[in-house]
Design a protein around this ligand. Structure first.
Ligand code: FAD
Length: 203
């Protein structure tokens, strides 16, 4: 690459970073219990402002505790999920584990791999479990560990708890009809979900 071109490229990238704080970024509106402006759709984790893994997990746990306490949280139609979680990161996995514990019929749909954000950390990166003074909530394991060990533990937990996680299946569309959400993914005809919740934890 020529020097002049390299400099232009670098300048473009630096300017992009410097102006990112003032860009008009669309963020979801979040109300009490992390419910979005669409009733029944909840936002957790990174997308809801949780800055670290432990706090993302905590949001997943707290929101499902709330959802499970709602009247009609558990449906009786075997063709309808009680809860669909979009995104198998810290928030979504802990949410799904809590849902399972509460007896909700739950499925996780994931665009890439389990814990994809952490998968993309540099090889051998130490993952910190901050804040220290706050014990992790829920069944997903968290302690200081290399990213490889953390992901290995999470896969074990998914298996032990028989979580229904569909990988390489991004959520593409969500529609409401007759009191249901139909969650359309890249692979499915819509997954049908009871009027109660959809948890979005897309990082
Ligand atoms: C370089 C780096 C280092 C970090 N180090 C630490 C650390 O040491 N300790 C710490 O606590 N935190 C750390 N963090 C922050 C931590 O990664 C986040 O707080 C955490 O991953 C948030 O979890 P989450 O579940 O909210 O989101 P994510 O982990 O981002 O999970 C979201 C998931 O949603 C999936 N997804 C996206 N779109 C779709 C779709 N349409 N359909 C289905 N699935 C979808 C993604 O593939 C992803 O798997 C670090 C972050 C970075 C970038």
């Amino acid at each position: 690459m020529k020097e002049g071109h390299m400099f232009k490229e670098l300048k473009k990238r630096i300017e992009g970073i410097l102006s990112s704080g003032s860009r008009n970024m669309e963020r979801p509106q979040i109300k009490k219990n992390n419910e979005s402006n669409i009733p029944g759709v909840y936002i957790i984790g990174d997308l809801a402002g949780a800055p670290v893994i432990k706090l993302a997990m905590e949001q997943g746990y707290n929101v499902v505790e709330h959802i499970a306490s709602l009247p009609g949280a558990k449906g009786s139609d075997p063709h309808v999920y009680d809860l669909i979680v979009a995104g198998a990161g810290a928030a979504g996995l802990n949410a799904a584990l809590t849902a399972k514990e509460k007896g909700l019929r739950c499925m996780v749909i994931e665009k890439n791999k389990v814990a994809n954000t952490i998968e993309n950390f540099p090889e051998g990166k130490w993952v910190y479990a901050e804040p220290d003074e706050r014990p992790p909530k829920g069944k997903l394991w968290l302690d200081g560990a290399t990213k490889e060990n953390l992901i290995k533990r999470w896969h074990q937990i998914i298996e032990e708890n028989q979580l229904d996680v569909r990988m390489m299946e991004p959520l593409e569309k969500l529609e409401q009809s007759n009191g249901y959400f139909d969650a359309k993914t890249s692979k499915s005809t819509p997954w049908r979900e009871g009027m109660v919740p959809l948890l979005v934890s897309l990082g």
